[in-house]
Write a protein that binds this ligand. Structure first.
Ligand code: ADP
Ligand code: MG
Length: 465
């Protein structure tokens, strides 16, 4: 790509600055041909994961084999453990596909992320129930709850599963290989809290089920938040590795764990030196390669690496940096969101971030234009790459694409990154025949992960699923 694309032309840049930006653009912009090759590989990896355990795409059976009807009623509880926040919810199903929910949000403390996670979660559940006068007394039956757990778990039943590995910045010792429901149940017991975890779901499975309660056409649930992952209904006949009983529906929701795509050989994704640097310094090197190019936890850090690379060549900020800019993870992805659409004539929003957040004064207009280009390149690559998994999955079930199909999507990246939805849809449209593509409906399933856990708790309670 050359600076012929005016979006990457920096007004007033030196030739050296423009050359560096052109090089970045050539690394970050992906042709359809390149994407097509990645989609093909993604499909091959899906097939591999459906056939055999322990492959790079794990394609984990969720033990959810039903679809909610939308006519179920009642109130159900859930805990949603995300990468950044923990929410406890009470969800009320109205029987007409609608839900209302009441929730309380708790920020995961550093101590919780590194040490005391399950006790912290139990404490939050206690607070939620206590403040609403819902804590069961000695004689009362325990409250059934669903747990959304957005880390890779090898599910062993609808309410048990062992942690495969931590991702997204959590690193609590002593959990990998153990049943996470058991760990939480023990912590609840330590508090004397009468709560029973009846369903364990990945956040993508939750997102899919929450979409399915209101829309029978829901087929796929995706998260683009702190991390990224997806779940979809697969025909059990396609799941060669499944040794359990055949569900009467003939279907199983699979948690794809797609964030791991290409982590084994780093051969297909467009790795730049900035991605490699991030990976090397992350707590999970050589893992979650796809996630690290797409999701909220990482994009700010990729941008920071680019900024430093340019500054160190004195092509940006006159070579200056700051303590904060030098610190890993100091650029939140939300700054990329606002920077990419700063349309003020002097890029004053970007100037604010450079000055107030990064603590660097006297940025030039050239500096600010470069920041904007970085935000656009990193964000648009993420959105283009996100279409890879979407296309590979939907075309895998192309048998369903001849009638309406709904894809429920949750997560701050999807919700807030400008044009993420538009670029995702536009890119996907290049790889799916038009007469099928028009049947696909991409919708925001806001807070779907928690609501979905409550719906799964309902399925477990109602149908013995
Ligand atoms: P979780 O993944 O924990 O469920 P979210 O879906 O809210 O949570 O995603 C949080 C991630 O999204 C964080 O990494 C944060 O940096 C990023 N983020 C938050 N706001 C924005 C925004 N406006 N634009 C892009 N990314 C954002
Ligand atoms: Mg979430």
């Amino acid at each position: 790509m050359s600076s012929a694309d005016s979006r990457y032309t920096i007004v007033g840049a030196t030739p050296e600055q423009q050359a560096a930006i052109d090089m970045l653009a050539s690394q970050f912009l992906l042709t359809d041909e390149r994407l097509g090759a990645i989609i093909k590989e993604f499909r091959r990896r899906m097939e591999e994961g459906l056939a055999t355990d322990g492959r790079v795409l794990k394609m984990i059976p969720s033990y959810v084999t039903r679809r909610p009807l939308g006519s179920e009623v009642g109130s159900y509880f859930a805990i949603d453990l995300g990468g950044t926040n923990l929410r406890v919810l009470k969800v009320t199903l109205d029987g007409r596909g609608g839900v209302t929910s009441e929730h309380q949000k708790f920020a995961l403390s550093e101590e919780a992320k590194s040490r005391t996670l399950f006790d912290f979660v139990a404490q939050c559940v206690d607070t939620f129930l206590d403040e609403r006068n819902l804590r069961p007394l000695g004689q009362q039956p325990p409250i059934p709850m669903g747990l959304t757990f957005s880390y890779p778990v090898q599910q062993t039943s609808i309410n048990s599963g062992t942690l495969v590995q931590w991702t997204k910045g959590l690193n609590v010792p002593g959990c990998v290989g153990r049943d996470v429901v058991r760990l939480l149940q023990d912590a609840l017991l330590r508090l004397g809290l009468r709560v029973k975890i009846v369903a364990l779901v990945n956040d993508t499975v939750g997102t899919l089920l929450s979409a399915a309660y209101s829309d029978p056409a829901a087929q796929m649930g995706i998260i683009f938040g702190t991390g990224t992952n997806a779940a979809y209904y697969e025909d059990v006949a396609n799941l060669a590795k499944w040794k359990g009983p055949n569900p009467s529906s003939g279907e199983m929701v699979l948690n794809m764990e797609w964030g791991a795509f290409d982590s084994d050989d780093f051969a297909f994704l467009p790795f730049t030196p900035h991605d490699i640097k991030l990976d090397r310094k992350s707590i999970n090197p050589r893992k979650q390669a796809y996630e690290k190019m797409i999701s909220g936890m990482y994009l700010g850090e990729i941008a920071r690496n680019i900024v430093l690379w340019l500054a160190d060549q004195r092509l940006l900020l006159d070579g200056r940096s700051s303590e904060i800019l030098n610190a890993m993870w100091s650029i939140d992805t939300s700054y990329l969101s606002s920077g990419a659409v700063d349309t003020t004539s002097d890029l004053s929003e970007i100037q604010q971030v450079i000055e107030k957040t990064l603590n660097i004064s006297n940025s030039t207009f050239v500096d600010r234009q470069i920041f904007k280009v970085i935000a656009i390149l990193v964000g648009e690559r993420a959105a283009r790459l996100s279409a890879v998994g979407v296309v590979a999955t939907l075309t895998k079930r192309s048998d369903l694409l001849n009638k309406p199909v709904t894809v429920g999507i949750d997560g701050s990246m999807y919700e807030h990154y400008p044009y993420f939805h538009d670029i995702l849809v536009e890119t996907a449209s290049h790889f799916i025949p038009q007469e099928q593509f028009k049947n696909i409906n991409f919708t925001l399933a806001k807070d779907g992960s928690g609501v979905g856990a409550a719906i799964t708790a309902m399925l477990a309670a109602t149908y013995d699923a």
